[in-house]
Design a protein around this ligand. Structure first.
Ligand code: 3PG
Ligand code: MG
Length: 397
């Protein structure tokens, strides 16, 4: 990786309009933010700029609205949270680009903050569209990327925008990339990676490259359902990704070739719905109406053993639907076991991802890891050794 372009500490920022790409893609339930980690993390950065009398314009996405306005994915509810944490007024713009936004960014006073609506309401964002990025760039004088967690996305507000405006890597972004690189490049072996969560389509491809770098890969959460099904089990109504057979065969082959142990659940917690009773089942007992919502106790014991044998653990993606108590045991126990070994056996542990961090916080383990990254997908892609598109554009040429 090349050297990243950093903003000169002594640059006079008075009245400068800074477009700050942040990741406010926080876990939400019924319109309420359930974990503020990603917001908390950028507060000091915003404050640093407002203290220097800059005007801060925040760009972020929330969820995957696929280019359409979706009220449920509006960033508006984040405004009062930001106001509270910053202890100052934050303006919200229903539009995320165009003349009204440019006008508003000119009107706010130095030291003030303007939050723009979910940038992914515009289809041009994910298309990394050049004219759209150019329009976005007109909102400010300087662009700073503090959203490491979406720097694996070649999207307009992450990549293309940097072609049209003076652009820099934010302090947190650089710090996060450096720490993850440092901890993983010389990771003490055995290195194990626990991967879970529900973003199967994003993460399943990453596995093919990760198997070359890990001694063990443990697959939990919805990610595991594809593997459970592939082994010939019924997965009932559980979440899974269609048409992945060839990829799974390839991953399993690569594991054998690279001597990487692949661990998938051998028992699970199922329920007929979120509200109904949770039952422990072995894989051959799952029926057509079951939904897999957590890992079972045999699986957990196996994971304990892996954690005990490892010198480095990387974790991304919860083991189950931890937001509901009865499906939270897997994630809870993994978090606690890693914490225990990090503290007592000097295990190096790195966790990443919005939901994973939310789970770790929920179970009171936030001080139990060597490092906790806000990033999930970006963290995994960095581990794979990929050059992230959003970071590449910020390298000094
Ligand atoms: C994340 O939560 O990992 C980031 O915000 C990126 O979100 P995405 O996977 O929808 O691009
Ligand atoms: Mg996420």
């Amino acid at each position: 990786m090349g050297i990243l372009k950093a903003l000169d500490k002594n640059l006079n920022l008075t009245d400068k309009k800074i477009i700050l790409r942040v990741d406010l893609n926080v876990p939400m339930q019924e319109g309420k933010v359930t974990d503020k980690s990603r917001i908390n993390k950028v507060i000091p950065i915003i404050e640093e700029f407002t203290k220097k009398k800059a005007k801060v314009i925040l760009i972020s996405h929330l969820g995957r609205p696929k280019g359409k306005i979706n009220e449920k994915l509006s960033l508006k509810p984040i405004t009062p949270i930001l106001e509270n944490l910053l202890n100052s007024k934050v303006y919200f713009s229903e539009k995320s680009y165009g003349p009204t936004v440019i006008k508003k960014s000119n009107e706010i006073k130095s030291g003030e903050v303007l939050l723009l609506e979910n940038i992914r309401f515009n289809k041009e964002e994910e298309a990394n569209e050049s004219n759209f990025a150019k329009e976005l760039s007109k909102i400010g004088d300087i662009y700073v990327n503090e959203a490491f967690s979406c720097s694996h996305r070649a999207h307009a507000s992450v990549c293309e925008i940097t072609k049209h405006i003076d652009s820099y890597a934010g302090k947190l972004l650089s710090e996060e990339v450096n720490i993850i690189n440092k901890l993983t490049n010389k990771a003490e072996k055995p290195v194990s990676c626990i991967i879970g969560g529900s973003k199967i389509s994003t993460k399943i491809r990453i596995l093919s490259n990760l198997v070359k770098k890990m001694q063990t890969i443990v697959i939990v959460g919805a990610m595991a359902n594809n593997f459970i099904k592939h082994k010939g089990n019924n997965i009932g109504k559980s979440l899974f990704e269609k048409n992945q057979k060839d990829l799974l065969i390839d991953i399993i082959k690569k594991c054998e070739k690279n001597n990487c142990k692949l661990i998938i659940p051998e028992d699970v917690i199922v329920a007929k719905s979120f509200e109904s009773e949770a039952k422990l089942k072995s894989l051959n007992k799952i029926d057509d109406t079951d939904i897999i919502l957590d890992i079972g106790k045999n699986t957990l014991n196996k994971i304990y053993k892996i954690i005990d044998e490892s010198r480095t653990i990387l974790w991304n993606g919860p083991a189950g639907y931890f937001e509901i108590e009865k499906f939270s045991t897997g994630s809870n126990r993994i978090a606690k076991k890693i914490t225990e070994n990090t503290k007592n056996k000097s295990l190096t542990s790195i966790a990443g991802g919005g939901d994973t961090v939310a789970a770790i916080n929920k179970f009171g383990c936030s001080d139990g890891f060597t490092y906790i990254s806000t990033a999930g997908g970006a963290f995994l892609e960095l581990l794979e050794g990929k050059i992230l598109p959003g970071i590449k554009v910020l390298e000094i040429k």
